[in-house]
Design a binder for this molecule. Structure first.
Ligand code: DQQ
Length: 473
């Protein structure tokens, strides 16, 4: 199937929007949510994504598709999967994964239908592509490949897939929740990808701690541990568990939040040809639906991030080094910066100040500014958006996370400012991503932030960043 939609023609039409990111992936127009089907195929990176081609709000979910040689610059391809009227996915092609079945590119996605009462039916479906660039996809004619969720449990959803092969057997995890109990992940196995046997639940949470239903489970090996990422309803954030995976049961040993900035959800990771575990997540908007409709677009991918094991069992994260190819004009002088598309690497010496950090997207008179502040006594890193925008209707609540440093450890803030997106990495230990919508065209400055004391840079490097689209858009 090759499907085009009205949205795919219009990337250049929105290029002048001051809030539209220039080096974060987003569709030509309209709505994006979860990354799907991430895979490196014949050397090229493929990013599929939950896409509504008809409006900048969630609905009519298709799989959009883009391709990249370098993980950074993307080219739009036609919509990969669309709902088929009268079929098991007529109400949506929900999230799923891509994998290599003996040389055949294959995806497992959630086909969404409705029962006689209008309730959603979510079932696993397969599709394959024989194209080198994975443009055309054929849905398996006998979809779904699992006829119904496990019986005897009152389930809250049965969707989103992770598939792998182990000792000649296929396995897949599916996200769910048991009413009154908590989020859970079902494990199935199969000899042929078409006939599946329910094995058990690899892990079940306590609804009071980790939510009612786990969307987008992603289970993978990292170093000598396994990591399980889940996006629990109703928490509106993504949790990770680092633990052991033995006899196909996951035992969590350490828990954290993948990105506590308030906008990150439904990530998916994959292993690329270099053996790196790379993750993308969905960033939603921080403004209301009428503003999204007026803009004509909503939803952005994070930058590609590389996940790393850490000795303290937390999940290490760094921006992919390929992003350096976007660096343009460099400076180390704060007063020389006037840009809405920046990369900043600021290494601070330990300080006695009660807070230190940087302010970004600053207006010359300070009427707009976004504060990225570290409190060395509590170890709290926060993003304060109280004055990010003179526009009153946008979200402005603060977000933060703990970044505990040794007494003599420098703080390195690696910050990516891209119009309405601010991604902050701290010492490869934590990540906070937020959305801001400055109204003034001259809110382009960067300033040092200190409270009750002074702060000193060990290093400060800033680059203007180029667009990932050719021509710029
Ligand atoms: N988004 C998809 C679902 C998934 C949710 C629907 C998470 O498959 O559970 O667009 O954002």
């Amino acid at each position: 199937m090759v499907s085009t939609a009205p949205g795919l023609a219009s990337r250049s039409l929105l290029a002048a929007d001051p809030h539209r990111p220039r080096y974060h992936f987003l569709p030509p127009s309209n709505w994006l949510n979860d990354p799907n089907g991430l895979i490196q195929w014949q050397g090229q990176y493929h990013l599929f994504y939950q896409y509504n081609p008809f409006a900048p709000v969630w609905g009519s979910i298709h799989w959009g598709h883009a391709i990249s040689d370098d993980l950074v610059h993307w080219r739009d391809l036609p919509i990969a999967l669309a709902p088929t009227p009268g079929s098991v996915d007529e109400f949506g092609v929900f999230s799923g994964c891509a994998f290599n079945n003996d040389g055949v590119a294959t995806v497992m996605y959630t086909g969404v239908g409705k029962d006689a009462d209008g309730a959603r039916i979510e079932l696993p479906c397969l599709a394959t592509s024989a194209d080198d660039d994975l443009v055309r996809w054929q849905k398996y004619p006998s979809n779904p490949v699992i006829a119904a969720p496990p019986s005897g449990l009152e389930l809250l959803g049965f969707r989103d897939h992770g598939v792998w092969k182990e000792d000649g057997t296929w396995y897949q995890v599916i996200g769910s929740g048991i009413r009154g109990v908590g989020g859970t992940v079902f494990l199935y196995r199969s000899a042929d990808l078409v006939h599946w046997e329910h094995v058990h639940q690899i892990c079940t949470g306590d609804r009071n701690q980790t939510g009612d239903m786990w969307e987008c489970p992603d289970l993978f090996r990292l170093g000598d541990k396994h990591v399980l990422m889940v996006s629990p309803i109703p928490l509106r954030k993504t949790l990770y568990f680092v633990g052991s995976f033995r006899e196909h049961r996951f035992e969590p040993q350490h828990q954290g939040v993948v990105d506590d900035g308030g906008y990150f959800y439904a990530p998916q990771s994959f292993t690329d040809d270099l053996g790196r575990r790379i993750v993308f997540g969905w960033l939603w908007e921080g403004r209301d639906e009428s503003a999204q409709r007026a803009a004509g677009w909503a939803g952005v991918m994070t930058l590609p991030r590389v996940l790393m094991p850490r000795s303290d069992a937390a999940l290490g994260v760094e921006p992919a080094p390929e992003l350096r190819t976007l660096r343009r004009r460099h400076t180390s002088k704060l007063e020389e910066v006037h840009s809405a598309a920046l990369e900043i690497v600021a290494e601070f010496l330990p300080s006695q100040a009660t807070q230190y950090g940087l302010k970004v997207r600053c207006a010359p008179d300070g009427s707009e500014q976004t504060l990225i502040a570290y409190d060395p006594r509590s170890g709290w890193l926060s993003i304060d958006r109280e004055h990010s925008s003179l526009e009153k209707s946008v979200q402005r609540e603060p977000h933060g996370t703990h970044v505990n440093l040794a007494p003599d450890e420098n703080l390195t803030l690696h910050i990516f400012v891209d119009h309405s997106v601010v991604e902050v990495y701290a010492n490869s230990k934590a990540c906070l991503t937020t959305r801001i919508y400055p109204r003034r065209a001259d809110s382009l400055g960067v300033e040092l932030l200190t409270r009750d004391g002074s702060a000193h840079f060990q290093n400060l490097d800033m680059w203007e960043m180029s667009s990932i689209w050719q021509p710029a858009g």
